[in-house]
Design a binder for this molecule. Structure first.
Ligand code: ATP
Ligand code: MG
Length: 487
């Protein structure tokens, strides 16, 4: 007899002992594997039904979270790592259909099972059309719901495996996805090839939109860790309160709201690569803890006393001059040296203008494929303008420009008339926006945010500076607008 986790790793079960408290299988070799309990979120306003379902799921070995309406369920869904949702249809504040739509919008691979009572069958059918996995009628039959859960989770895991395989295949040729013929880029590719096989930490420094994330991927997929996870942490978007729990995970009850224990990104990246994006934004207290993990490879979950060990490679990125941040006392020097074992400097587009024609054609091909178009190319005059333009948003801005020309103009060949007036006149965007008296403040704020982000070519840090707010605040506001603005 061997547990699924043992079979996966081909390890004899006699060599292992279970640790029920942490769901961690400890192997004699000192290697451990985390067997995660599936987390199921129940949204049900009838406390009796909800509670009995919760108990049933617990008995079946799942971790169950219970919310008494759709709104509460959605906020739990955002916060906790939920694998599957069971929702009632009629609930106060936010009903089951709205919840389903929100979940499918946030994470489409999450399966949702709908509970329908008498008189809501029509709505259950509507839910199926909106992507629900199945529906079950009240009173809930324990056997039926258990079977449904197994089927839904199996389907989900197949989809995830498939997607993982596909993306790995695509990424295998990832160098193809990084365009660069300039001397600076070619020597950077050489450097990546050299350092990718080793585990040393890499620090990528480059302005916004220069391709830092792309390079981080390339390092991972060219390393022996390629078949293991690549996990990203956007340090700037995490508030001080939650960054440690995001990085190191937390135990149930570690703080108010920690209803279930949860793996952190370090655990998720075990044997793979952890990408710390916007690393300069890690708060000082967390910098110390991070240093310890990097030095010793050990950490504890928040609220936990068990020391966990992970093996991973760290790739960090920053669009700041980190040595300057060290001098100013904002970033720990010892942590900087730990991260900066290999340093990759990504030059801005203005220092490699010879790449612009190749990038432009690459993006035309990319969006031709994506939008099933047949744009043939770009006129020499238009290309000259692209080459001469000051791309403060770097490759991302160039990419967005080509995409919007294709989508808006659908031209046969991109020509001067398709380029913006500001670009032709070599001017930046206007710095004044007209706002009517009486416009609700909320709308003013939204417009101001969008226009400032446009003016900074999607550079959130610069936009935050201009607006006099914290970069985390800007991340939060963009999220609240529900319209991720990336450039
Ligand atoms: N050399 C390149 N070849 C092809 N595409 C590129 C290249 N560099 C960047 N891109 C594209 O430009 C966009 C921005 O790149 P990426 O997200 O890696 O930049 P970044 O430096 O991480 O930006 P930010 O600082 O804003 O996070 C992506 O869509 C990426 O695919
Ligand atoms: Mg990035």
């Amino acid at each position: 007899m061997s547990s699924p986790a043992c079979r996966r790793q081909g390890v004899q079960s006699s060599e292992t002992k279970d640790n029920p408290e942490f769901n961690i299988l400890i192997l004699r070799t000192g290697v451990y594997e985390i067997m995660d309990k599936k987390v199921i979120l129940i949204a049900e306003d009838d406390p009796k039904v909800g509670e009995s379902l919760r108990l049933l799921l617990k008995k079946r070995g799942y971790d169950a979270l219970l919310a008494s309406n759709g709104k509460e369920a959605l906020s739990l869904f955002r916060r906790e790592g939920v694998d599957l949702v069971i929702t009632d249809l009629v609930m106060p504040k936010m009903d089951g259909i709205e919840l389903l739509e929100a979940i499918k919008g946030l994470r489409p691979e999450t399966e949702v099972i709908v509970i329908s009572a008498q008189g809501t069958i029509e709505r259950a059918v509507q839910a199926m059309k909106l992507g629900a996995f199945d529906f079950i009628e009240k009173p809930i039959n324990p056997r039926v719901i258990s079977l449904l859960l197994e089927r839904a989770l199996e389907k989900q895991s197949l989809i995830l495996q498939n997607r993982d395989l596909r993306s790995r295949l695509e990424d295998k040729f990832h160098f193809k996805n990084i365009v660069g013929r300039s001397e600076k880029m070619v020597s950077m590719f050489e450097l990546i090839r050299h350092i990718a096989p080793y585990d040393s930490s890499v620090l990528i420094i480059g302005e916004s939109g220069t391709g830092k994330e792309l390079i981080a991927h390339a390092i991972h997929f060219n390393s022996p860790r390629a078949s293991m996870p690549f996990i990203k942490v956007s340090c700037a978007s995490l508030s001080e309160g939650i960054i440690e729990s995001e990085l190191f995970g937390h135990e149930k009850g570690a703080f108010t709201g920690a209803i279930a224990s949860r793996k952190g990104r370090f655990e998720m990246a075990h044997q793979g690569t952890l990408f710390l994006d916007e690393v300069e934004d890690i708060p000082p207290a967390t910098q110390i803890k991070l240093l310890r993990v990097l030095q010793e490879g050990e950490f504890e979950r928040v609220g936990g006393n068990k020391t966990l060990q992970v093996s991973l490679r760290i790739v960090a990125a920053s669009n700041r001059d980190l040595p300057e941040e060290v001098r100013k006392g904002n970033f720990r020097e010892d942590l900087y040296y730990r991260l900066n074992v290999v340093n990759i400097h990504l030059p801005p587009l203005r220092e490699r203008k010879e790449d612009i024609p190749f990038l432009a054609h690459f993006f035309i091909d990319k969006f031709n494929q994506k939008y099933k178009m047949n744009v043939k190319g770009i006129s020499q005059k238009a290309m000259n303008l692209l080459i001469g333009h000051e791309w403060s948003g770097n490759v991302r801005e160039l990419e967005n420009t080509i995409e919007s020309i294709l989508v808006i103009n659908h031209p046969e060949v991109i020509d001067l008339q398709h380029l913006s007036k500001e670009m032709k006149e070599g001017k930046e965007r206007p710095e004044v926006i007209p706002i009517k008296i009486g416009t609700p403040l909320e709308e003013v704020e939204r417009e101001m945010l969008i226009q400032t982000l446009k003016a900074t070519k999607g550079n959130k840090r610069r936009a935050a500076e201009l607006l006099g707010i914290n970069v985390r605040t800007i991340h939060r506001k963009i999220e609240e607008m529900g319209e991720p603005y990336s450039g």
